[in-house]
Ligand binder design. Structure first.
Ligand SMILES: NC(=O)C1=CN([C@@H]2O[C@H](COP(=O)(O)OP(=O)(O)OC[C@H]3O[C@@H](n4cnc5c(N)ncnc54)[C@H](O)[C@@H]3O)[C@@H](O)[C@H]2O)C=CC1
Ligand SMILES: O=C(O)C(=O)COP(=O)(O)O
Length: 529
């Protein structure tokens, strides 16, 4: 089957070359109207984009074959990840391909802001001079406050240290050790705002970072502070920048990113302020960064489309574990057990517990996703995968609980699904016996051993002579061969569970013939073929 990828937003042409080497067809459409994109997106298994394309639920509704959205860059705020997840579409990015370029751009902006470079260039080019007007400030011995000491924040710190700046950072998710290693003092946000001559932000736009700098925090800012934003528009409240400058609190601002790109008319008015310098989202726009992110995303998408690995995936931890040899057999076991449970659970059941033992405790999250995928695969029309299984389950009101058990008396690594009290079969456990050999080992406390494969007939019966003969002769009369069987019982003459692997699928009439047998109850037919 040929795979098709659509490259949007001026993604570097090397992206198409990498796909070609991997025998994947890539169409490059740097400029495409939304209406046309909606018309053609259905043809593609993957799309690659930068910050110029917005992927929302509406666009996704046209993307019938889409499996992967690849961001050639870092920020994924232009992608509706929950909508992609519910559609089972993997979202991935290239977290470090443009780090250096963006850090360099930030450092350039800091110096340009300190020395009024863009404004003075404009003046000279328009035939002026004005040396006095463009008097600048040294950055040496000034304090640079960095909000977000991640990849870019760290590279900015290392570079500006060489300019002789004192460095402060605020990042609740980094460590003292990391800050110390790069010579940065880690402080609280208010402390940083009050001490910084320059402030640069390197975080995503989140509820916490939105409007981090606005008139509301004017009192906390060191007077004369200069602001730089090469991260995301909206971390500084755009409409408050000019008032902050006019009040003499902020000496200038350097912006590369905006809440709306390109900016709205009002925002363009703000940007005309002579103390504000601006670039059109150029942080990652270097030949080197674009080549790196293009090669990275093309390789990542190719690997993922070929199910080789899922590096860079953002919306599914589960899928990224799929190439881990240790977990793979248990994922298969979990999915098969989920399929069995989905076929024996009562209608409207919605309360499930999953119990993990041994190695399975390490991977409980992905195993629960795999169970849910198996359970739901026969009930939901949309294609369920590891990315969206949990979403569908929760949407359907499933109440899920996971427990990790330290050990089991019989099996080291076990998965148990509890289907609730209203179920005819309440609890079912399975284990891995060898490569491709997955077996049910216990049903409702009855020890049993049955390979999870093919077509399974399961029933409860009275433990008395002739029961198995009755079932097997009924099957034989209908030309149904038994491939394997397993019996479990409470004790002599009490209740028993029988599971039979039959050589072909059973139709309703054939199943009826088993229901009707005396002493046989709770008949279930499970298809794993
Ligand atoms: N202008 C441009 O062209 C580019 C912009 N970016 C943007 O730069 C930003 C940073 O990118 P990276 O350094 O690669 O990301 P990263 O994930 O390596 O670093 C982000 C850091 O922000 C910290 N953080 C998160 N919330 C915070 C909060 N409320 N307060 C303080 N710190 C917080 C995190 O702990 C992390 O250390 C992203 O928004 C990204 O989209 C990235 C590349 C190019
Ligand atoms: O990687 C990011 O987060 C960026 O902001 C870069 O955006 P771009 O790929 O240059 O449109």
């Amino acid at each position: 089957m040929s795979l098709n990828v659509l490259l949007l937003d001026n993604v570097d042409p090397v992206c198409a070359e990498v796909f070609k080497e991997r025998n994947i067809h890539a169409d490059q459409r740097p400029k495409i109207e939304l209406d046309e994109l909606k018309k053609i997106i259905g043809k593609y298994e993957a799309i690659v984009l930068r910050s110029g394309t917005t992927v929302d639920e509406e666009l996704l509704s046209h993307a019938e074959n889409l499996r992967i959205i690849g961001r050639a860059g870092v920020g994924v705020d232009n992608i509706d990840i929950p909508a992609a997840t519910s559609k089972g579409v993997l979202v991935m990015n290239t977290p470090d391909g443009n780090t250096i370029s963006t850090a360099e751009h930030t450092c350039g902006m800091i110096i340009a802001l300190a020395r009024n470079i863009p404004q003075s260039v404009d003046r000279v080019k328009s035939g002026g001079w004005d040396r006095k007007k463009f008097m600048g400030t040294e950055v040496h011995s000034k304090t640079l406050g960095i909000v977000g000491l991640g990849k870019i924040g760290t590279e900015v710190a290392l570079r500006m240290k060489q300019f002789g700046m004192d460095l402060l950072a605020y990042d609740p998710f980094t460590t003292q050790d990391h800050a110390k290693e790069i010579g940065v003092e880690l402080v609280e946000l208010d402390d940083l705002l009050g001490r910084s001559d320059f402030l640069t932000v390197h975080t995503p736009l989140t509820e916490k970072t939105k409007n981090m700098i606005s008139l509301d925090v004017a009192d906390k800012l060191k007077p004369g502070i200069r602001l730089v934003n090469c991260a995301r528009g909206g971390i500084y409240k755009e409409e408050d920048l000019v008032p902050l400058i006019e009040k003499g609190i902020v000496a200038g601002a350097a912006l590369d990113v905006y809440t709306t790109e390109p900016p709205t008319k009002e925002l363009y008015e703000t940007l005309k302020n002579p103390s504000i310098i601006c670039t059109p989202h150029l942080g990652a726009s270097t030949e080197e960064a674009q080549e790196k992110v293009a090669v990275q995303i093309a390789s990542q998408i190719s690997d993922a489309l070929e199910n080789k690995n899922y590096k860079g995936s953002l919306n599914s931890k589960s899928i990224s574990l799929l190439t881990n040899d240790e977990v793979q057999p248990y994922v298969e076991l979990a999915e098969k057990l989920g399929k069995v449970s989905g076929q024996i659970m009562p209608d409207n059941a919605n309360n499930f517990s999953f119990e993990y033992t041994g190695i399975c405790t390490k991977y409980s999250e992905v195993l629960t996703d795999a169970i849910l995928k198996g359970m739901l695969s026969q009930y939901v029309s949309e294609s369920v995968n590891l990315i969206n299984a949990r979403h569908y389950a929760l949407e359907r009101g499933f109440k899920l609980s996971e427990t990790n058990k330290s050990d089991d008396k019989n099996y080291n690594d076990l998965i148990t699904i509890k289907l609730g009290d209203s179920s005819e079969y309440k609890q079912i456990s399975a284990a891995v016996f060898g490569p491709g050999d997955y077996r049910i080992v216990e049903i409702d406390g009855f020890g049993i051993e049955l390979r999870l494969e093919g077509d399974i007939l399961m029933y409860q019966n009275l433990d008395k002579p002739g029961m198995l003969a009755a079932v097997s002769s009924t099957l034989a009369k209908q030309d149904i061969n038994i491939g394997a069987l397993s019996l479990g019982r409470e004790g002599k003459g009490s209740n028993a569970i029988t599971a039979v692997i039959v050589d072909r699928q059973l139709n309703n009439e054939e199943l009826d013939s088993i229901y009707k047998l005396d002493g046989v109850s709770n008949v279930k037919y499970i298809s794993l073929s």
